[in-house]
Design a binder for this molecule. Structure first.
Ligand code: FAD
Length: 284
C-alpha cells in the first residue's frame, strides 16, 4: 500500500516546476540546510527545481527607474507601479526582473525560504517581492485574490525564527503568529492569487539541541514529499465582497456568518474570535 501511495505521489510531482526564492547569506546556516533538503527531495521526485539565491545574486532590493530600460514615461513624477506595468507590456523591464518573471511564470510551486527579520522577510526578499510582483504581470484591479493571476500556482513560506513557538502564541509576548502571517500570506501571496500552503516554521533553531534541529529537518523532508498535493489555507473569496460598495462583505454573507462562533479569517473577523490557526493550517 505504501508503495502505491509513493508511486502516486511520484506520478503527481513528476514534471512539476518549483522555484525556491532563498534569502540567507550563509551556506552553513539552518536556512541553507532547509533549502538543500527541498532541492534534494523535490528533485528526487522528478520536479525541476530552480533556486533564486538572492544574496549570491546580489539581488537589487530597491524599486528605482533603473528597473526600466530606456526612457521612463514620467521622470519628473516617477510612479513605480505604472512605469513597470508599461515596461512589462513593452518588454522594457531590466534583465534581472525579466528572468525572475520567467521563473515565476514556469513555476507550479514557489517556496520562500528565509529567516524571519522583524516579523517579516529580510529586506532582500522584500525587494524581490516589490520588484518581481509588478502591476500587470502579477496583479491588477481585476485580477487579484481568488481571481488572481497566479491562482493555478501554490506558494509556501518556509522560515526560521529566533523566537520560541510559545512566544508567537495567542497569549505569547509576540502575539499570535496567525496575525503576523496575515499581511504576507493574504496581502502578498493570496492577493496575487496563489494557493497559500500552511507555512513551514522552524522555531528557534539557534536555541534548540542538534537533535531537535535534525528532527525539524527530517519533518520538512517528509512534508516535502507530499507538498505539491497539499490543500491551501483558507481566505474569503473575492465574490464575498461588493465592488460597488467599497469591497465590503456582502450583507448575505454577513448574515450567513452571524451565528457562527468565529470570524471568516484573521483579517475579516467580523469582530469575532479568530478562526483558530486560520493562517497556519489548511482549510480552517
Ligand atoms: C535583522 C534581524 C531581525 C530579526 N527579527 C526577528 C523577529 O522579528 N522574530 C524572530 O523570531 N527572530 C528574529 N530574528 C532572528 C532570526 O530569525 C534567526 O536568527 C534566524 O531565523 C535563525 O536562522 P538561521 O538559518 O540564520 O540559523 P543559524 O544560526 O544559521 O543556524 C542555527 C543552528 O542550526 C545549525 N545548523 C546548520 N545546518 C544544520 C543542519 N544541516 N542540521 C542541523 N543543524 C544545522 C547551525 O550550526 C546553528 O547551530 C532576527 C534576526 C535579524 C538578524
Amino acid at each position: 500500500m505504501a508503495g502505491v501511495i509513493w508511486g502516486l505521489i511520484l506520478l503527481f510531482s513528476a514534471g512539476k516546476k518549483v522555484l525556491i526564492v532563498y534569502g540567507h547569506q550563509s551556506s552553513g546556516s539552518f536556512n541553507a540546510a532547509a533549502k538543500s533538503a527541498a532541492v534534494e527531495v523535490l528533485t528526487t521526485q522528478g520536479c525541476t527545481v530552480e533556486v533564486s539565491d538572492l544574496y549570491a545574486m546580489n539581488f537589487k532590493a530597491t524599486c528605482t527607474a533603473e528597473d526600466i530600460t530606456g526612457e521612463v514615461k514620467d521622470a519628473e513624477h516617477f510612479k513605480y507601479a505604472e512605469e513597470t506595468k508599461l515596461a512589462w507590456e513593452e518588454q522594457k523591464l531590466s534583465a534581472d526582473i525579466k528572468e525572475e518573471h520567467r521563473k515565476l511564470t514556469e513555476a507550479d510551486l514557489v517556496i520562500f525560504q528565509f529567516p524571519m527579520y522583524w516579523f517579516s522577510f529580510p529586506s532582500i526578499m522584500k525587494g524581490w517581492i516589490d520588484r518581481v510582483l509588478t502591476l500587470g504581470f502579477a496583479y491588477s484591479s481585476e485580477k487579484r485574490y481568488s481571481q488572481g493571476v497566479f491562482k493555478d500556482k501554490k506558494a509556501i513560506l518556509s522560515f526560521t525564527t529566533g523566537s520560541h513557538e510559545s512566544m508567537f502564541s495567542a497569549n505569547g509576548i509576540n502575539g499570535d503568529m496567525n496575525v503576523t502571517l496575515w499581511p504576507i500570506q493574504n496581502g502578498i501571496l493570496y492577493y496575487c492569487g496563489f494557493q497559500v500552503l500552511a507555512p513551514q516554521i522552524f522555531w528557534a533553531p539557534s536555541y534548540v539541541t542538534a537533535e531537535a534541529r535534525g528532527a525539524m529537518l527530517e519533518a520538512w523532508r517528509t512534508r516535502l514529499q507530499g507538498l505539491l498535493e497539499e490543500k491551501a489555507v483558507s481566505f474569503a473569496p473575492s465574490d464575498y465582497f461588493d465592488g460597488e460598495k467599497g469591497f465590503q462583505l456582502k450583507p448575505e454573507v454577513q448574515e450567513e456568518h452571524a451565528d457562527k462562533e468565529f470570524g471568516l479569517t484573521v483579517g475579516t473577523h467580523l469582530g469575532k474570535a479568530l478562526p483558530p490557526n486560520n493562517q497556519m493550517k489548511a482549510g480552517v
